[in-house]
Ligand binder design. Structure first.
Ligand SMILES: Cc1cc2nc3c(=O)[nH]c(=O)nc-3n(C[C@H](O)[C@H](O)[C@H](O)COP(=O)(O)OP(=O)(O)OC[C@H]3O[C@@H](n4cnc5c(N)ncnc54)[C@H](O)[C@@H]3O)c2cc1C
Length: 592
């Protein structure tokens, strides 16, 4: 079975030349951090992912996480790998130095998150939630909570969970019912049930820090009445070590299509009168805290989409070079299937979509870095809005293409893809959760259309489209036949995006709002246009740097393939948004 090799050079290239890490370094955003240090970090991460984590992927899939008497056992080798990973400092890579982190760019952490998840997505998922929890605590926690919990969460000695979902409260978080009651000592008593909680119980760490959304007895209804609580599995002794067991336990775990080694738990609070919880932020302001966690987690899930797409692509390419079948046009004997144009098309689609999703996701991370680190307030705000605009696109597009690419990966393998032996099927199964959790992709599209497009009066999205137009001009200025129709097709795509955006922002539509029906095709239109432009940026950069092993020919070929074969869908998607969405709202008869 083909295993994973971290594509460190590709990752570094995308970070520097498409996502904007190069300009951010040049602007001094990261102080005296050098490109060499970043390269060394990426290489170390790639080595760990390739050598230590990747071999765990199949074991995790086959072994799962047996559940007995409230205890979850992780697969053989996972605990050792987790401890080695945490000890190497990977958990705190982007966390504040004050709490033991290394404060490296979020963009570098994003690249590492991709590698952990390519190697073993069920492994990578746990730390992603811990990191999101760290973010929420750093931003909203009291000094005492920070002092007590952050050092161990940053080091990875303890892991975190994120608990929103209840049976009646999925996409509609405001419907949650878990109760929190004030206790005289300032803590809170939590009772209720949560479902689908990732790593809600496991044996990787000595304590698990649950971040739980709950409702006070006198809270307003809906999302305005939600508060966030820190609920440790073990309450702490005076010296900070895990002591008495809190009244929180896993009741059962789910049997799932994929990510078998990531335990998904039903959690019960209050068998013995209620779990002790500590308020994070203010009462009834839990959604603000949760959004901090969710934005981080949404980008991480985007990276899972990229990760699974990368791994599936590597595997399909290796198989297509080996497997011989049929005779390609002009060949004398049997050909490796990669020689057949239809297989080549599948492989190119896989690679092009993967790189486009990677560039969009990394660009989101660089925007987050600028939002956190720019010296100037206006620049920070603009970057925050850029990150807010790109986050739902990164999440939904990367995870959708993660599924499409993993499915193509199975197809390239033929029957060998459908049987479990090659591992292609596992990628397909693992990928399927990513468009569902952290806000379904439908919810991401609605967020984009209803909340993100109106940012800065439409200025955020317009600024982004202007950047895409600059890329188009740069491609056209090369006058190079190797780019084929790239400039023309990207121009068409951004024109379509502009018209669809104007239409959505103009609000000429009426009741029922077709913007909600057209949100998903709009997000795809946006992503294909942005992705095409970022791949063109990669090609332009590779040509500028030609001769240094930057694969100018390969990157130009991928940019051209994307523009001529995928970005051309933009005009159809524009029609779907502007004209077709109305037919969705008027087609109830079609579902009768
Ligand atoms: C393996 C796994 C791990 C998970 N881990 C966690 C975790 O760690 N913590 C946690 O809190 N949760 C977790 N979840 C829960 C996950 O986030 C939810 O399943 C997800 O948010 C969707 O909610 P739901 O399942 O109730 O689906 P529903 O909300 O019922 O959605 C069903 C469908 O209806 C659509 N829909 C719903 N409302 C709307 C609307 N207003 N407009 C348009 N379309 C709509 C959705 O897009 C979806 O297609 C996990 C789930 C799984 C399966």
């Amino acid at each position: 079975m083909m295993t994973y090799r971290a594509p460190v050079d590709d990752i570094a290239f995308a970070l520097r030349n498409a996502a904007g890490l190069g300009p951010a370094l040049a602007d001094g955003l990261y102080g005296d951090l050098s490109d060499d240090v970043i390269q060394a970090v990426l290489e170390q991460a790639g080595k760990f992912a390739t050598d230590v984590l990747a071999p765990l992927n199949t074991i995790g899939d086959r072994y799962g996480t047996p559940f007995k008497d409230g205890i979850v056992t992780t697969p053989p080798g996972w605990k050792e790998a987790y401890r080695a990973w945490a000890q190497a400092g990977w958990n705190g890579l982007a966390a504040p130095a004050q709490w033991g982190g290394q404060e490296l760019p979020q963009a570098v952490n994003a690249a590492c998150i991709e590698m952990w998840n390519s190697a073993a997505m069920a492994f990578g998922l746990g730390p992603v939630l811990t990191m999101a929890g760290v973010d929420a605590l750093v931003t909203h926690g009291s000094d005492e909570l920070k002092r007590t919990y952050l050092p161990k969460l940053v080091s990875g000695e303890w892991m975190g969970t994120m608990q929103l979902t209840e049976p009646q409260a999925g996409s509609d978080v405001g419907a949650l019912r878990t109760k929190a009651e004030r206790v005289a000592d300032g803590s809170y008593r939590i009772t209720g049930q949560k479902i689908f909680i990732t790593y809600g119980e496991h044996d990787l760490t000595d304590n698990i820090i649950h971040l739980v959304l709950a409702r006070l007895p006198d809270a307003p209804s809906g999302t305005k009445g939600i508060s966030l609580f820190l609920v440790p599995k073990f309450l702490l002794n005076a010296d900070g070590s895990p002591g008495q067991r809190n009244d929180a336990r896993a009741h059962s775990i789910e049997h799932k299509l994929g990510i078998h080694a990531s335990p998904t738990c039903t959690m019960v609070y209050g068998d013995r009168g209620g779990a002790t919880g500590f308020l994070i932020g203010e009462e009834n302001r839990g959604m603000a805290c949760m959004f901090t966690m969710m934005n981080q987690a949404r980008l991480s899930v985007a990276l899972q989409g990229v990760a699974i797409a990368e791994r599936a692509t590597q595997q399909a390419l290796a198989y297509a070079r080996e497997r011989r079948q049929g005779r390609a046009d002009g060949a004398s004997g049997s050909s490796p299937i990669i020689a057949h144009p239809d297989v080549k098309r599948m492989l190119l689609t896989m690679r092009a979509l993967t790189r486009a999703a990677r560039a969009i996701s990394y660009a989101t991370a660089v925007a987050i870095d600028r939002a956190q680190r720019s010296p100037d307030g206006a620049a920070r705000r603009a970057a925050h809005e850029r990150a807010s605009l790109l986050t739902p696109i990164a999440k939904a597009f990367s995870t959708d293409i993660g599924n499409e690419v993993a499915s193509l990966g199975v197809q390239v393998h033929g029957g060998m893809g459908y049987v479990e032996e090659t591992g292609a099927a596992q990628h397909y199964r693992d990928a399927r959760i990513t468009p569902i959790y952290e806000g379904t992709n439908g919810i991401q599209a609605i967020d984009l259309v209803t909340r993100k497009l109106p940012l800065a009066g439409g200025g955020t999205v317009r600024a982004y489209m202007s950047e895409i137009r600059r890329t188009v001009d740069a491609v056209n200025a090369t006058n190079d036949p190797d780019f084929g129709w790239t400039g023309v097709r990207l121009q068409d795509a951004v024109d379509s995006l502009q018209r669809a955006t104007d239409w959505l922002l103009g609000g000429q539509h009426n009741d029922p709002d077709p913007a909600l029906a057209g949100a998903t095709p709009y997000l795809r239109l946006f992503a294909l246009t942005a992705g095409g432009a970022l791949l063109a940026e990669e090609a332009l950069a590779a040509r500028r740097l030609a001769g240094n092993g930057n694969d100018a020919a390969g990157r130009t070929a991928i940019a051209r393939f994307f523009a001529e074969n995928l970005a051309v869908q933009a005009s159809g998607l524009e029609r779907t948004v502007v004209e077709g969405a109305d037919s969705v709202n008027r087609a109830d008869a079609g579902l009768a």
